[in-house]
Ligand binder design. Structure first.
Ligand code: ZN
Length: 184
């Protein structure tokens, strides 16, 4: 539950902390704006994706299904600055498939909270395994972390790649190779 009052107070304190005057014109409405924004960018806190993934359809065939380039915006929980990127999701159905937009919704659910990429990667893969019960799932994330681009090592444009395999993707290198080929 987002507490707008608390966020407003915290932002005012924060602005004072960095030596700003939170009564100057440009900043006056900032605490309220941030509180409002938090409702959107942290809408995934406390949610899981099972409500999206529980509606499945019977389908013949068990060929790999891959949805690539699902863009996401998340917030690094160590620095509270954005990391922005794309998710690629593949799974091998075991008699049931899910609407393709539901995979994007799953990504969204886990992106809209303070996150770390590796954790988000695992949460997406595990949720799909658990709800859809496919033969296997593979999720790859590629993202630019602004905490690396605008501070610290200052390396704009560098991307962090991570992937996680479950089920048949763990056992079969051919499947992983096909995945990598397709997302290239
Ligand atoms: Zn960070």
């Amino acid at each position: 539950m987002i507490d707008e009052e608390k966020i407003g107070q915290a932002v005012r304190l924060f602005l004072e902390g960095i030596g700003e005057d939170c009564n100057r014109e440009g900043l006056r409405e900032t605490p309220r704006r941030i509180a409002e924004m938090c409702k959107e960018i942290f809408a995934g806190i406390g949610k899981d994706a099972s409500n999206h993934l529980s509606v499945t359809f019977e389908a013949e065939g068990n060929e790999m299904v891959l949805v690539k380039d699902i863009s996401f915006y998340s917030v690094c929980e160590h620095h509270l600055v954005p990391f922005i990127g794309k998710a690629h999701i593949a799974y091998i159905p075991d008699g049931r498939v899910v609407g393709l937009s539901k995979l994007a919704r799953t990504v969204e659910t886990y992106a809209r909270r303070p996150q770390i990429q590796e954790q988000m990667n695992a949460q997406i893969a595990d949720d799909i395994m658990e709800n859809l019960k496919p033969k296997g799932v593979m999720v790859m994330l590629e993202a630019e972390h602004l905490c690396m681009s605008m501070r610290g090592v200052n390396k704009p444009g560098s991307k962090t790649l991570s992937y996680i395999c479950r089920g048949e993707f763990e056992d079969k290198k051919e499947l992983r190779d096909t995945f990598f080929q397709m997302v290239k």
